[in-house]
Design a protein around this ligand. Structure first.
Ligand code: GLU
Length: 510
């Protein structure tokens, strides 16, 4: 291992918005670092300039901030190993690629894109997969096949070249992974990957290994999609003479679609009706908008709790964990190997829970700005009471108005289905009587009104359900809401009677 201190990194490439799988990777790194009193850094891996997407880096930083995942060092923070953006570290990498050439572990390659394309096509014509490797490297134009003066001449000219790793023949490469155990790969299957590009920048593989080494990373915790690259990384550590300091690897299981059929992709979310991005994202080119957890009304604590469970479990029945509790409970040993199915209903379940934990006063604060636009003289006491009554029915803050508008404004329409099912021929007449009764009800408390209405129902030998349904329709405008007598007490006698009167007229005309 690199050193005693635990140091991890989150190393996204700014190629688009951060998928929740990426947030989970960042979270597991964070939990692991915090648990062991270590450091976590944010490194932006932007050496592939062709895939650079405007705004992605800021998006990544803002997303992680929103989630409460904080870094000790990195882009936007600085630190002892700055800069942390790979494009700003350009000058660092070439010496390592040249060192590998000197030691005979890498070579220059001069094949043009057209030549490589032609080679690929001729392989495909024979139904073979093309890769530049130990089987065919001597058929190409590279420093293994050209003479030294030829190579020097090309390098000194303006002709573009790349540097490729020279994968050894028939060697077993061992990747020790904290989650998968020992993974052995025979080098014959690997290709001679480009490690340094014609634009003067390293590829991901070289930059990643060099930076992990220089930044003294002790553990590489990343998605399973990088496992196939790990043998190459092991070779790079060995060839660069850094094997003693190689970080430990932990490849996290994939996040799967809700039905378990394949990887949860960026497109799945909006197609299946749930966000796959932490924050809303507008594609800078197409202007296409992808929904985000934040904008969809999820609370960061709920997202974190939900993500923590996609691949890890505490080994107990406990499901609700604050960030501090996660830090305490987390261990890589309890991260599974199998892919983890994303469950949109569970995400809602967590949000419901965290919303219930929020104090009524805090919820009132969050709701007030928008509510005051709808309700001119918003009474905070009343708002708090209403919140207390409807919060248990809410999963998202934005559901409040839908659940509670009738506490503040009279219905201006009546739900058609409820009218059809619940408003009968004799309803108007019965409701008039209920109105008269409520007029006489003093004090206008829920319990008193309830007592009077129930007595009336018994004496008139009516059906409780029918009476109450019709009354609810007049007061609320639909078949929903908490206890009707409590609603009436809160809106007051005058408002209740107005609604009954107005409703009878409206529904009798219908
Ligand atoms: N830049 C890589 C990515 O975008 C990082 C992979 C790694 O953590 O090594 O995911």
């Amino acid at each position: 291992m690199n050193q005693d201190k635990i140091r991890v990194r989150f190393a996204p490439s700014p190629t688009g918005p951060l998928h929740i799988g990426g947030v989970r990777t960042a979270l597991y790194n964070y939990l692991f670092a915090k648990k062991h009193g270590g450091d976590m850094l944010l490194r932006i891996e932007d050496t592939d300039q062709t895939r650079y997407v405007e705004g992605a880096e800021n998006y990544i930083i803002e997303s992680l901030q929103w989630c409460g995942i904080h870094f000790n060092e990195g882009v936007g923070i600085g630190g002892p190993f700055a800069p942390y953006r790979q494009s700003e570290r350009k000058a660092i990498y070439k010496q390592y690629a040249l060192d590998l050439i000197d030691k005979g572990y890498a070579y220059y390659a001069f094949d043009s894109p057209q030549e490589l394309d032609a080679a690929r096509k001729s392989y495909e014509a024979e139904k073979k997969n093309f890769q530049y490797d130990q089987h065919n490297r001597l058929e190409f134009k590279n420093s293994l096949t050209l003479t030294e003066p030829e190579v020097t001449a090309i390098i000194e000219s303006d002709e573009p070249y790349v540097i490729r790793i020279m994968i050894p023949e028939n060697e077993e490469i061992l990747v020790t992974d904290l989650i998968r155990g020992e993974v052995r790969v025979n080098s014959t299957q690997l290709d001679d990957k480009v490690i340094f590009k014609s634009d003067g920048l390293p590829t991901y593989h070289l930059a990643n290994v060099v930076d992990d080494y220089l930044m003294k990373i002790s553990h590489v915790i990343r998605g399973e999609e990088w496992l196939p690259s790990a043998p190459l990384h092991v070779l790079l550590y060995r060839y660069l003479g850094w094997e003693h300091a190689m970080p430990q690897f932990a490849h996290l299981p994939l996040l799967l679609k809700p039905d378990g059929n394949g990887k949860l992709s960026k497109r799945d979310g909006d197609r299946m009706g749930f966000p796959v991005f932490p924050l809303q994202w507008t594609d800078p080119q197409t202007k296409e908008i992808s929904s985000g957890y934040r904008e969809s009304g999820y609370l960061p604590d709920a997202c974190i709790n939900m993500l923590a469970f996609l691949g890890w479990n505490p080994g107990t029945e406990q499901e609700i964990f604050s960030m501090d509790e996660l830090i305490e409970a987390f261990s890589l040993e309890r991260v599974g190997k199998a892919g983890s199915k994303f469950d949109p209903e569970k995400a809602k379940w967590f949000n419901h829970h965290y919303l219930q934990q929020m104090s009524d006063a805090r919820l009132a604060e969050l709701l007030a700005p928008e509510l005051t636009l709808k309700v001119p003289h918003l009474d905070n006491e009343k708002l708090l009471t209403v919140i207390g009554m409807v919060k248990p029915r809410m999963t998202f803050i934005h559901e409040f108005w839908e659940q509670a508008s009738f506490f503040f404004v009279a219905p201006d329409s009546y739900d058609a289905k409820s009218v059809k099912d619940r408003w009968r021929q004799d309803s108007a007449e019965i409701m008039k009587k209920v109105g008269d009764l409520l007029q006489e009800t003093e004090p206008f408390y829920a319990a008193v009104a309830k007592h009077n209405v129930m007595n009336f129902i018994t004496e008139a030998q009516l059906n409780t359900g029918q009476v109450m349904n019709a009354l609810r329709l007049l007061i609320v405008g639909a078949s929903k809401g908490p206890d009707l007598f409590e609603i009436m007490e809160l809106i007051g006698k005058e408002q209740s009677l107005n609604r009954i009167e107005k409703g009878i007229v409206a529904l009798s005309q219908a």
